[in-house]
Design a protein around this ligand. Structure first.
Ligand code: XIL
Length: 346
């Protein structure tokens, strides 16, 4: 029995797939994907910096391979993402050779052109898009991104409108991290209600869920599931993983990457997790999935951010070169025993 046989009774269950896998270089990951998942997100290749390397140029080669990989492996495709402050091409924000910043009008036109081209290219092939990613800070204010500075909060409406025009059948989502934070929860609810009041389509809110052993606060996290559902949208767990390593204060990655002593301090389990730690990690997975099961009428998708521990971005973030254990399949592409416990919950 795979995860999809159990969890799939209630919602989609998937993973972020990296380019090595969708290019066909990781057969071990393919086997796990076939057994456990019924949907997928591209880990990087559908992001603006990948698709739009230079003005006037769209490069769909890698993303097209990902989409055909999904067809071949019977995975529903989720598009990630159309507008994000990170992994956006630099040229969006400048004119010519970075001589001057782009104007409000130019940025708006570029956003609309990008969204219409990309969503149009995959029309009918993508179930839903993360239209806007990470636009709100944990304190509930809008992130001071290029988009916000130039266009104000209207950039969000612009993006949702363009996406809907390009593929009226595609679902549209707002996606963000730390969604258990009360101030952020409130701001996201306000945004959803505002978009709906303006007659714009929004189908879901994605809770990234890059979790750790002591965050998020599960009671607050649950409140957010209820709150988003009460706004009349689907709730999705979109980037689920669990950082089991200690984090440096303030996530000050860059310096620590150069410092061997600190590297060791923040990379304690290179030889595997000690039994007691593994137990703690397994319990945390079960605590999360108990919540997902309890809220199975509200949650329409659970998506892990990667397939195997070895391929996880958390080996490189917030500190480079660590050995992390954030997913449900180990470095040998073996299922972790907790998977069966999760399946039993359903
Ligand atoms: C990450 C990828 O996993 C990395 O490979 C990449 O280097 C940086 O982005 N929030 C998101 C995802 O919405 O797109 C990010 O993915 C993780 C945080």
């Amino acid at each position: 029995q795979g995860l999809k046989d159990a969890i799939g009774k209630y919602c989609l269950i998937g993973a972020a797939i990296n380019q090595w896998q969708s290019d066909g270089q990781v057969p071990e990951a393919d086997a796990l994907t076939d057994k456990h998942f019924n949907c997928a997100v591209a880990e990087n290749c559908m992001k603006p910096e990948s698709l739009a390397p230079a003005e006037g140029i769209f490069d769909f080669r890698v993303a097209d391979k990902f989409v055909s990989y999904c067809e071949q492996h019977k995975l529903k495709v989720i598009g990630h993402c159309l507008v994000w402050h990170s992994q956006a091409p630099d040229w969006w924000f400048t004119n010519g050779y970075a001589a001057s910043p782009a104007s409000k009008e130019v940025l708006k036109a570029r956003l609309i052109k990008h969204i219409k081209t990309v969503v149009g290219h995959y029309k009918g092939q993508v179930l839903g898009w993360d239209v806007v990613n990470e636009a709100i800070e944990d304190n509930g204010s809008f992130r001071n991104s290029h988009y916000y500075r130039l266009l104000g909060e209207e950039f969000i409406e612009i993006a949702f409108r363009a996406a809907h025009e390009a593929d009226p059948d595609a679902e549209l989502y707002y996606n963000d991290y730390s969604m258990g934070q009360p101030a952020k929860r409130e701001a996201v609810c306000k945004l959803v209600k505002k978009l709906k009041a303006k007659g714009l389509r929004i189908d879901g809110v994605g809770m990234q869920s890059h979790n750790g052993l002591d965050y998020p606060n599960l009671a607050e996290y649950e409140k957010s599931i209820d709150a988003f559902a009460a706004c009349g949208v689907k709730v999705m767990i979109t980037e689920l993983d669990m950082n089991v390593l200690p984090n440096p204060e303030g996530f000050g990655g860059a310096d620590i990457a150069q410092n061997f002593e600190l590297q060791k301090r923040f990379n304690p389990y290179t030889e595997g997790l000690p039994a007691a730690k593994q137990k703690e990690v397994d319990q945390r997975w079960l605590d999360l999935f108990k919540i997902y099961y309890k809220h199975r009428d509200q949650i329409s998708r659970i998506n892990l951010w990667g397939v195997s521990d070895g391929g996880s971005w958390l080996n490189g973030w917030p500190i480079k070169g660590r050995t992390n254990y954030p997913l449900l399949f180990d470095r040998q592409y073996k299922e972790k025993p907790v998977i069966n416990e999760i399946i039993k919950l359903y």
